[in-house]
Design a protein around this ligand. Structure first.
Ligand SMILES: Cc1cc2nc3c(=O)[nH]c(=O)nc-3n(C[C@H](O)[C@H](O)[C@H](O)COP(=O)(O)O)c2cc1C
Length: 167
């Protein structure tokens, strides 16, 4: 067994990044992870407070439409993150000054170009020029579903795949 394998046995490891399907969850569990953490897949759920234009762009995107960058660094410098390439291009093309407004309670807050917040449902302005976070799992995110249905699909699907792989 490799050192990595021995480490996995000693500690509980949660796998993250690029996982969006039951097959992906089954693969990391089979490799020894204690669980899987999914981000992008849950952007396309009915409960997620994200702007519909963000969800639509995500549903159309494949992994090749995402890019690892430090572009959205306002308030959080030098932190690599993955976004839809289109939002970097839109932010570069946007005029100086705020690109959008977000409400925090009753206060409207201007969002500068290349700031880190992603657009919530009630954000107004150039949504396409805000940070549209998307993992390499983007291509597997094809429809908006209730979060409970996503969890059920992942858990039941992964269990089925793992049972089928047992000798
Ligand atoms: C809407 C959204 C917000 C995120 N916010 C953060 C964040 O605040 N900090 C961070 O480290 N990663 C953040 N991430 C990246 C997640 O850590 C990343 O998505 C995670 O590794 C899961 O990968 P996946 O999106 O391919 O499932 C965010 C991702 C999304 C989709």
């Amino acid at each position: 067994m490799t050192q990595f394998g021995r480490d996995l046995r000693r500690r509980r490891v949660v796998a993250a990044g690029g996982i969006a399907t039951a097959r992906g969850v089954a693969a990391v569990l089979a490799a020894g992870a204690a669980g899987a953490r999914l981000g992008t897949r849950f952007v396309a759920t009915k409960e997620a407070d994200v702007h519909p234009a963000y969800v639509e762009a995500l549903l159309r995107a494949s992994a090749a439409d995402t890019v690892l960058t430090t572009a959205f660094s306002g308030m959080w410098p030098d932190a690599p993150h993955r976004v839809l390439r289109s939002c970097i291009q839109a932010a570069e093309a946007a005029p100086d000054g705020p690109v959008a407004q977000m409400s925090f309670g009753t206060t409207q807050v201007p969002i500068p170009r290349f700031a880190v917040p992603c657009p919530t449902r009630d954000t107004t302005g150039a949504i396409e020029a805000m940070a549209l976070y998307a993992g390499e799992s983007a291509g597997a995110v094809t429809q908006v579903m209730p979060a409970a249905d996503v969890v059920r699909e992942l858990a039941e699907g992964a269990e089925r795949l793992l049972r089928a792989a047992l000798p």
